[in-house]
Write a protein that binds this ligand. Structure first.
Ligand code: SAM
Ligand code: ZN
Length: 384
């Protein structure tokens, strides 16, 4: 296999070489490397380092991280090289395994970095790791049971199957996540909450609970960082944050219903039209604002390639209200037949009417608020 060298963060890594071709899909290479995921990896290094600092591990004990689906190893190699923790890089593909070994040697990090050539599920069922990172092709669903068993302190998960998660491929989403999403204006947040709901249910099998520290979504992926707590009581408390969303297609009103067997009205509380229902999904917090700030500080100190974009996105995550689900200003304005103001103007107007309101990291036209749709509409109409 021909290779070339790329530098991300402070780490130079060998990845498969292919001729410059805008149409070349990373998945067509003998070993996968996707440069478009650099920001995802920059944030991974920063968030993992922030987590290690805040959890103050006993210096006598080794913190063990596994990149269970490594490909070239770039994610785990960066963790090892840039944070110094013990790292296992696993891939069942022979070419990937060879490349990982070559990269470990080249970076001279063999004292704390192990190459592994196994089925990720077997590895995760056999060994416990403090930090488990799942970064698969598409859905992480086939690996969640093993990861939930293995993980001790921090679970990091990427999902690139945004169409099933967001309801665009409905049946596939139902099969993978045992939940029903819907594909409307807040489908990106729907995807994050469907994924987190599935992970919560996998963790609860092992009397473990998750506390989301940071979760972010783009059009192409969802990524989440979940602190793990042990104990049946913690798991019971976590499951209370599961539930359903009832959404009125006519007026846009939505209600969160907590629990796995809540009573859900068939008709909208506000206008009496039909509700659609999504779930079970995670209705708890998506972020811990202090953790977001700590991750931002790590990015500032480390100055990786995508720092500006990453900081901007993390600031939105830190500052967004933790209320499910966001509203889209353009959609509401279209229904009202008026043009949209700037999103900041709308947020200020909501706040000066006594409501909580914030922008979101999901899209530039979205906002979160505790105002209900009739008040939002009134305020939008009064802005002009
Ligand atoms: C999307 S790539 C990983 C990308 C990598 N984490 C990065 O940041 O560049 C997924 C990798 O998982 C590997 N893989 C898929 N199923 C696996 C399994 N059951 N056990 C081990 N490796 C697996 C594939 O060979 C592939 O290299
Ligand atoms: Zn309604």
């Amino acid at each position: 296999m021909k290779v070339r060298s790329v530098k991300e963060g402070d780490t130079e890594v060998l990845v498969p070489f292919h001729e410059e071709d805008a149409h070349f899909a990373p998945s067509a290479a003998p070993v996968f490397y996707n440069p478009a995921m650099e920001m995802n990896r920059d944030i991974s290094v920063a968030a993992t380092s922030a987590f290690i600092k805040r959890s103050k591990p006993d210096p006598e004990k080794t913190v063990r991280y596994v990149d269970a689906l490594s490909a070239s190893g770039i994610r785990g190699l960066r963790i090892s090289n840039e944070t110094g923790i013990h790292t296992t890089l696993n891939d069942w593909n022979e070419d990937a395994y060879r490349l990982i070994k070559q990269n470990i040697e080249k970076l001279n990090i063999g004292n704390r970095t192990v190459a592994s050539h196994r089925n990720a599920n077997v590895l995760l069922h056999e060994k416990y790791f403090n930090i488990v990172d799942l970064d698969p092709f598409g859905t992480p669903a086939p690996f969640l049971a093993a990861a939930a068993r293995s993980v001790i302190n921090l679970l990091e998960v990427t999902a690139t199957d945004t169409a099933p998660l967001c309801g665009a491929h409905l049946n596939s989403g139902i099969r993978k996540y045992a939940a029903v999403p819907f594909n409307n204006e807040y489908h990106s947040e729907m995807g994050v909450r469907i994924l987190l709901g599935k992970i919560a249910r996998e963790l609860s099998l092992h009397d473990k609970a998750m506390v989301p520290l940071l979760s972010h979504a783009t059009r192409h992926y969802v990524r989440t960082y979940l602190e793990i707590k042990r104990g049946a009581k913690q798991a019971d408390r976590m499951l209370k944050k599961m539930g359903f969303i009832a959404h009125c297609l006519s007026c846009g009103h939505r209600e969160a219903r907590y629990g796995l067997t809540p009573a859900i009205e068939e008709k909208c509380d506000l206008c009496g039209e039909k509700n659609i229902v999504a779930g079970p999904l995670w209705l708890g917090k998506l972020h811990n604002p202090e953790f977001c700030s700590e991750t931002i500080s790590e990015i500032e100190d480390r100055c990786p390639g995508t720092r500006e974009l990453a900081i901007r996105m993390l600031e939105f995550c830190r500052d967004e209200l933790d209320i499910p689900m966001f509203y889209d200003q353009h959609l509401i304005c279209k229904k009202l037949g008026v043009s949209a103001s700037t999103i900041d103007k709308l947020i200020t107007a909501l706040q000066s009417n006594g409501f909580r309101a914030s922008r979101t990291h999901f899209t530039g036209t979205s906002f979160k608020t505790d105002a209900k749709i009739p008040d939002i509409k009134k305020i939008i109409l009064n802005i002009r």
